[in-house]
Design a protein around this ligand. Structure first.
Ligand code: 48F
Length: 256
């Protein structure tokens, strides 16, 4: 016999038990795109408690659709191992470019992050930060359906030792910090905004730009380039993976 109310109780009990375990964490990540997922996995493997809040129903960010909806992504030699180590089959075109199925890439990045202990809460939007003593000490979250409906409902707060903005082109967390908390560690003290497509430069700068941009707040992935005013790069993903790894290393050394 299946009791429908018991099914409800199972969901509610498990959800709130897990949510309750993640109200104070080592690292809170906004956005479950490739950069956030890689950063989360490395940090969890280093022994940190990591939570990712993802605005959409499906984590994975902009990687699902490859280029223009053709489900293939391109990576460079330097990042092939970041896909292979999580079980993605990578094909060598023999002229310096490597391809992977975009759906397999997202599926494996996701499952490896979860297997490492990262807890992903989907349909949750980071709308602000916890700002105390001139430092970002966590994220302020709301239900995405509430945000999308424009309902006037107050958000709730998660405390984190480190906060990582992995929201991609939006750079949502940095944007709110610049508006409400103070100057970012950029040339103009604010989010400069991404430049038009130039993969050769964008792929290099996305790793260079991965850094702590405000006390307690780091950037990774396309967000790092958007904040620093560097170019976008389209469906080549090596820089996203390497940026996620670098963010994890920077945060790990800070938390130590
Ligand atoms: O956009 P996204 O995939 O960022 P990424 O990891 O990778 C960028 C590439 O996909 C591509 C590119 C390079 O090839 O240019 O665009 O840097 O993933 C960002 C995730 O953050 C979520 C969003 O739904 C997406 O899944 N997100 C955005 N704003 C918020 C958010 C927010 N305020 N709160 C929570 N999640």
């Amino acid at each position: 016999m299946i009791d429908d109310v018991k099914v409800t109780q199972c969901i509610v009990d498990r959800y709130f038990e897990e949510f309750s375990d993640h109200t104070e964490v080592d690292v809170a990540i906004a956005g479950a795109g490739p950069a956030g997922l890689v950063a989360g996995r490395y940090l969890a493997d280093m022994g940190h408690q990591v939570v990712i809040f993802e605005r959409k129903l499906s984590p994975g960010g902009g990687m699902w659709g490859g280029g223009m909806g053709y489900p293939v992504v391109v990576v460079q030699e330097s990042s092939v191992e970041e896909l292979e180590k999580v079980g993605v089959e990578v094909k060598d075109t023999k002229d310096g470019y490597y391809t992977a199925d975009s759906i397999s890439s997202v599926a494996n990045l996701l499952s490896s992050a979860i297997d490492s202990g990262v807890r992903i809460f989907n349909m949750v939007t980071v709308e602000d930060v916890l700002y105390e003593e001139e430092r970002v000490n966590g994220v302020v979250i709301n239900s995405s359906p509430i945000e999308i409906a424009g309902l006037h409902v107050d958000p709730i707060t998660i405390r984190s030792e480190a906060t990582l903005d992995a929201t991609g082109h939006d750079a949502d967390v940095c944007t709110v910090v610049e508006k409400k908390a103070g100057e970012l560690n950029t040339e103009k003290g604010k989010v400069i905004g991404e430049k038009s497509m130039w993969a050769e430069v964008g792929e290099k700068t996305v790793v260079e730009n991965t850094k702590e941009v405000f006390p307690g707040l780091w950037t990774t992935g396309m967000c790092a380039n958007a904040v620093m005013g560097a170019p976008r790069m389209g469906p080549i993903f090596g820089g996203m993976l390497l940026s996620g790894k670098k963010a994890a290393e920077l945060i790990d050394s800070e938390l130590k």
